[in-house]
Design a protein around this ligand. Sequence first.
Ligand code: BV8
Length: 242
Amino acid sequence: MTKIEQVGRLLKKSQSPVFFTGAGMSKESGIPTFRDAMDGLWSDNRPEDLATPTAFHKDPAKVRAFYEYRRDIIRGCKPNAGHVAISDLEKSGSKVVVITQNVDGFHEAAGSSKVFALHGNIMEDRCNDGCPGSHPMGRHASICPMCKKDALRPNVVWFGESLDERLLLQSTAAIMTCDILFIIGTSGLVYPAADLANLAMQRRFPVIEINPEPTPFTDQVDIFLPGAAAKFLPKICRFARE
Ligand code: BV8
């Protein structure tokens, strides 16, 4: 039996699968991962240096331009076969939960209904001064409609900002009650998200990793599938639905 068949049979038996995804999940959609070098104007910048409150305080125009650059890339992309495979698995009756570190909204766009987006949604804005609510992003919009200050920023969690407590609790509960976990397309370097995957290593249910490269999780998982999410997920989910 191939590893894909093995994983497909495990998924077929599952009542509560969780998919924990990172930037590699959207690679085949054409969205660069955080580890990929950026191009053009941004080639000498690192995302982690721009995705911070300090960078925004220092130069809000530069940070807003960085997010416009990323939003333009996402506007030209769409969910790939991997996102669709997870959504189709849910449509076939499986109680799928997705916990994603990605901010592109592609799991929701592909039709997944239970998505915990730990780091927010890049296609929305919110007020940096704490006004409630988020707003559909406006190209070059910067004035908060509530406080009228020049305070709008992307509705994402920056490095040095805390994640939404409720989301973290819901994600932790999902992992503690699942019966199979897929770790897909993440380098496992960003915390506290990576702690969620580490949580699963202490429990005895199958943990499957899909990534072209080994990561800090690889020697702890039950099955490592070296390769692309968009290649493996459709095959695995098809087995599970048969
Ligand atoms: C916080 C939104 C409390 C913004 C993002 C320990 C505990 C707590 C905090 C820390 C800690 N250690 C360090 C910290 C601080 C920090 C952190 O983790 N730093 C890292 C750099 C070490 N964490 C934080 O600041 C977090 N906040 O802890 O609050 C606090 C409060 C005050 C002061 C201190 C702490 C907030 C973290 C959230 C940051 N925001 N995104 C934006 O996007 O602009 S995270 C951002 O980076 C992305 O959203 C993504 O989540 C992450 C990148 O990670 P990956 O998804 O794994 O992507 P990556 O590119 O790294 O890897 C891609 C993988 O895909 C690779 O493995 C590759 O091989 C694979 N791949 C490639 N192609 C494919 C593929 N896989 C499958 N198929 C393919 N085709």
